[in-house]
Design a protein around this ligand. Structure first.
Ligand SMILES: [Zn+2]
Length: 498
């Protein structure tokens, strides 16, 4: 623990020399231990010592995206004790302001040292967004999300985090490793520290090279088959997505896949977390592959600048679009068979049809986690909309353009740092600008309005038909015209054919 004192002394000096209130080096030290002896034996307690600078109002917080958890005090629900002292070691008077905010009353500037403990109980409450984006304990270690563990003050781009764990533990994170023991890391900044997940324990770790960046996969100790599959999928799809977005993965991702009671996945920054509810057999492998490929797609679109108010109306494009491009990429790579492609389309069109009358696709984004119909409108309605839009653009431009061009434009303009941000009107405008087609009516009728997306009509252009028995049961049409064959080949032809 000597480094903490050293770092703190350096911090104090730096702060004394530079009187600007901006944050200097932030340093976090985390020690894992068993919370209660009568518990399940997992190391559910994390003691954190954080050296950081409060924000301009003297506040520290643990509330990032915490409102979605359903926990009254957000992530701070599980904080056991909290204290802070200033550079001179003087204990500061702390006022807790719900939810998850601490105001340091007599703080007079400069970095502080905060000490607190968190009990990992997040996996024991019914939560949204679900265990896959929370923190969870297993017999072989613990998954934490940065936002549930690390307090933040003024943003910093000089962040260190060190873990003190049992001898046989290691930590798998998306951050740059600073030592061979993989216990010290350097996130790029405060956002990178908080919008992340990591696993600490005796898990299986895989290292995957993706075009110059190194990705890590953490799974349960006996999930070798899963780790192999995820590694393959990540390599295969990341290369395709890099072409689709015309941009490489900027920073290496981490995948954390744990056994659980449901199938699910989420993305936090560049961390993909997944819950697998069964063994990887022939029935589950395609699903697991699909979840990784879908989440990998988010590694690009998660970088788009979107104001909180504008997000709901774009959820269909973020989620349904991810779903559509995941399936289409799989069909091109032939990891998704023709039969599976028809199943994906059938499943989404049927779910969309059932949910359609409940709300518009744009409205549904607001309540996607609250009811099944909204969820289906976002994921399946969004899939149907992205599919129909892609095929419409291809048909009307006679193959000159595709939704891919829109995606590329949006990514080029809205990913990373910049002033303007994406909203639904901006997306509609981008669609017209990149394709030269008049598609305002598409957005008006099917996204902001509740008209039924004419997916069947568009699918016919690439030789897909509904079976007579059900309008949403999709199969190949009996006879394809040369125009349909050519359109189909350019739509889901092998990657080197488009
Ligand atoms: Zn998603």
């Amino acid at each position: 623990m000597t480094s903490r004192t050293a770092v703190f002394a350096t911090l104090a000096m730096a702060a004394a020399l530079a009187c600007a209130p901006s944050a200097g080096a932030d340093d976090y030290q985390v020690t894992f231990s068993q919370g209660r002896t009568d518990d399940d034996g997992a190391l559910r307690r994390a003691d954190v010592v954080a050296s950081l600078t409060p924000d301009a109002d003297g506040r520290l917080r643990l509330n990032r995206i915490g409102a979605e958890t359903g926990l009254y005090h957000h992530w701070a629900q599980f904080i056991l004790q909290f204290e802070a002292s200033d550079q001179r070691g003087r204990l500061l008077s702390v006022v807790y302001e719900p939810h998850g905010v601490w105001r340091l009353e007599d703080w007079d500037g400069g970095p502080v040292q905060a000490r607190y403990s968190v009990l990992l109980q997040h996996d024991r409450f019914p939560n949204e967004p679900g265990d896959d984006e929370l923190a969870a304990a297993t017999p072989f270690g613990v998954m934490w999300t940065g936002r549930a563990l690390f307090i933040e003050g003024a943003p910093s781009d000089d962040v260190d985090v060190a873990f003190f764990a049992p001898e046989d533990w290691r930590v798998t994170s998306p951050w740059r490793s600073m030592d061979s023991d993989a216990l010290r890391f350097q996130p790029t900044n405060t956002d990178d520290l908080l919008d992340a997940a990591f696993f600490a324990g005796m898990h299986l770790e895989r290292v995957v090279e993706l075009n110059g960046v190194t990705a890590h996969i953490a799974t349960g100790p006996d999930m070798t088959a899963e780790a192999d599959l995820f590694s393959d999928v990540l390599q295969l799809y990341a290369a395709e997505y890099a072409e689709l977005f015309d941009a490489p993965i900027a920073q290496p991702p981490v995948i954390i896949a744990l056994p659980g009671s449901f199938w699910g996945g989420g993305v936090i920054g560049r961390s993909i977390s997944m819950t697998l509810a069964g063994e990887l057999n022939d029935a589950f492998a395609p699903m697991a592959r699909h979840v990784v490929a879908h989440e990998a797609f988010h590694l690009w679109n998660v970088a788009w600048r979107i104001e909180p108010d504008a997000r709901a109306a774009l959820e269909w494009f973020l989620e349904g679009g991810a779903e559509y491009f995941t399936v289409r990429t799989g069909a091109r790579l032939e990891t998704v068979s023709e039969e599976e492609l028809y199943e994906h389309i059938t499943r989404h069109l049927a779910a969309y049809e059932d949910a359609r009358v409940s709300a518009t696709i744009a409205e549904a984004g607001r309540t996607k986690l609250e009811n099944q119909a909204s969820y289906d409108l976002v994921y399946s309605g969004g899939f149907a909309a992205a599919l129909a839009l892609d095929l419409r653009i291809r048909r009307e431009s006679e193959g000159a353009y595709a939704l891919d061009d829109v995606l590329r434009y949006v990514h080029g303009r809205y990913a990373g740092d910049g002033a303007d941000s994406l909203d639904l009107a901006g997306l509609a405008q981008a669609t017209e600008e990149t394709t030269g087609l008049d598609l305002a009516a598409f957005f008006d009728a099917y996204i902001e309005g509740g008209d039924a997306i004419p997916a069947l009509e568009e699918l016919a252009s690439v030789g897909l038909c509904a079976r007579a028995a059900s309008a949403s049961d999709i199969d190949a049409c009996d006879d394809l015209t040369p125009v349909q064959s050519a359109a189909r080949a350019s739509w889901i032809g092998a990657p080197d054919e488009h």
